[in-house]
Design a binder for this molecule. Structure first.
Ligand code: 4AD
Ligand code: MG
Length: 432
């Protein structure tokens, strides 16, 4: 905007020498006035700087505006840099011109408010330093994940979100009325990825997935961002290797290139240590370990929170749990050949952060696939197109899906998955 030309990002103020002038624009983060001075801090996307507005340094009208401007008012200020040990970052701006762009009403968020209230005013809470840092870190994590695929010759494609072909079982499907016909919000773009590989061989997608999860946990959203990879000619081993390289790349890049940001959450060294190979455990051995630890568990069950915690509490790197029981996994996973297990792996994040990736080799034989689909009582007419992929040039292939918010939760060591996404959707919340 012409009127505000010449403004610099606030972080740049800290590179200036005493006496140099700068214009910054943003929102009032804190403010107090004492006598003839208003001490405020102003934040923008890049940082926060303290500003001092002295009565005799600005016009009378500007000083009045500075006095009445409540927190979250938007402002433009011009001032001279001055070193001050007491100011955060060691510098402040001595203001020579103050423009109140918008005088905010009394901001509803004060200290020590309940998590539920902060979710009600999420659109305002996103301005907090905490959420700003999470969103920046999420941006970089997604960027590094994309870079990894790009550097490894994967094409990014766009899957449909409305589908008739459920992928992960009926109980978590959101259905919708599609002009008089039943359709669903996608749980996973995997089946479409399997179509893409017959043209492009190595592909990935990053899109929302939806799960009508009825449980309230710290790891489940009903809408999350799903990074899904699929590659022709890959077996389950190739698939796991790719996963550990991908996850390690994101960890290394974030720690090395965004160390200051990451240190707001955890020690960067902890992520630098996340290097391949990741430890591996068969499902059957995992069950033995759980029983030894005194936990109740039936062979064939999925892990709950206590089981994931027990398995990963001492791990510093993610743990692969491979070769799950056939009966516990979806129709598309290739069988291991013993009639009991499948060629798959779930990647569990350390310290109980939960499953971050689910992947497998795919069943690429037409007859075996149809048998599995019938066993799982799927309506084949909604999957005819998918079966065509096994009729025309089927090839061995594998793929996986990574939950972006699960990854962010672990990498930033967040307590709850809802803080890994700006507007979380969970069982009792689709607002704001
Ligand atoms: O293990 P899932 O269900 O696997 C699939 O959907 C495969 N079709 C993916 C593929 O092979 N292309 O989901 C994959 C990942 C999980 O490991 C987890 O990280 C995340 O998606 N996820 C969720 N994240 C947040 N909230 C939920 N309710 C999630 N459900 C799964
Ligand atoms: Mg899974």
């Amino acid at each position: 905007m012409k009127e505000f030309e010449g403004a610099v990002p606030i972080e740049k103020v800290f590179d200036l020498a005493d006496g140099e002038k700068a214009i910054v624009r943003g929102w009032i983060y804190r403010t107090r006035s004492s006598g003839g001075v208003v001490f405020a801090s102003v934040r923008d996307a890049s940082g926060v700087v303290q500003v001092a507005i002295k009565k005799d340094a600005v016009s009378e009208a500007q000083f009045k505006d500075a006095q009445r401007a409540l927190i979250e008012s938007s402002v433009v200020v011009e001032g001279a840099v001055r070193s001050d040990k007491r100011a955060p970052g060691g510098k402040e701006l001595q203001v020579t011109a103050f423009k109140l762009v918008h005088a905010a009403e009394v901001f509803p968020i004060t200290r020590d408010q309940s998590p539920e209230f902060l979710l009600d005013v999420r659109h305002l809470w996103l301005r907090s330093q905490r959420m700003t840092s999470v969103m920046k870190a999420r941006h970089y994590i997604v960027k590094y994940l994309r870079e990894f695929f790009d550097e490894n010759d994967f094409y990014e494609l766009a899957p449909p979100i409305i589908t008739k072909s459920g992928c992960e079982g009926g109980s978590t499907l959101f259905s919708l009325d599609y002009f008089g016909e039943k359709a669903f919000l996608t749980q996973s773009g995997q089946l479409y990825n399997e179509a893409f590989i017959t043209a492009l061989e190595r592909v990935f997608i990053l899109a929302p997935s939806f799960r009508a999860e009825k449980s309230r946990t710290t790891k489940h959203l009903t809408e999350y961002w799903h990074l899904e990879e699929e590659a022709a000619w890959f077996d389950n081993e190739d698939n796991m290797r790719l996963q550990e390289e991908l996850v390690s790349f994101a960890c290394q890049e974030l720690a090395k290139k965004q160390g200051d940001l990451l240190s707001k959450f955890r020690k960067p060294e902890e992520l630098i240590a996340v290097e391949p190979p990741f430890p591996r455990l068969s499902y059957d051995d995992a069950v033995k370990r759980l029983k030894k630890a005194g936990l109740e568990f039936e062979w064939g069950d999925d892990f709950g929170v206590p089981h994931e915690e027990a398995l990963t509490k001492d791990e510093d790197k993610p743990l692969f749990v491979c070769n799950w029981p056939r009966k516990s996994k979806p129709f598309y996973m290739a069988e291991a050949g013993d009639g009991k297990h499948v060629l798959n792996a779930d990647l569990l994040a350390p310290k109980g952060h939960g499953e971050i990736i689910g992947g497998s080799e795919r069943e690429w034989d037409y007859a075996r696939l149809v048998k599995r689909m019938k066993e799982q009582k799927l309506d084949l007419k909604n999957y005819e197109w998918y079966l065509d992929l096994r009729r025309f040039g089927s090839v061995p292939h594998s793929g996986f899906g990574l939950g972006i918010e699960r990854l962010v939760k672990w990498m930033l060591d967040l307590e709850h998955i809802r803080d890994a996404i700006p507007f979380p959707r969970v069982i009792n919340r689709a607002y704001p």
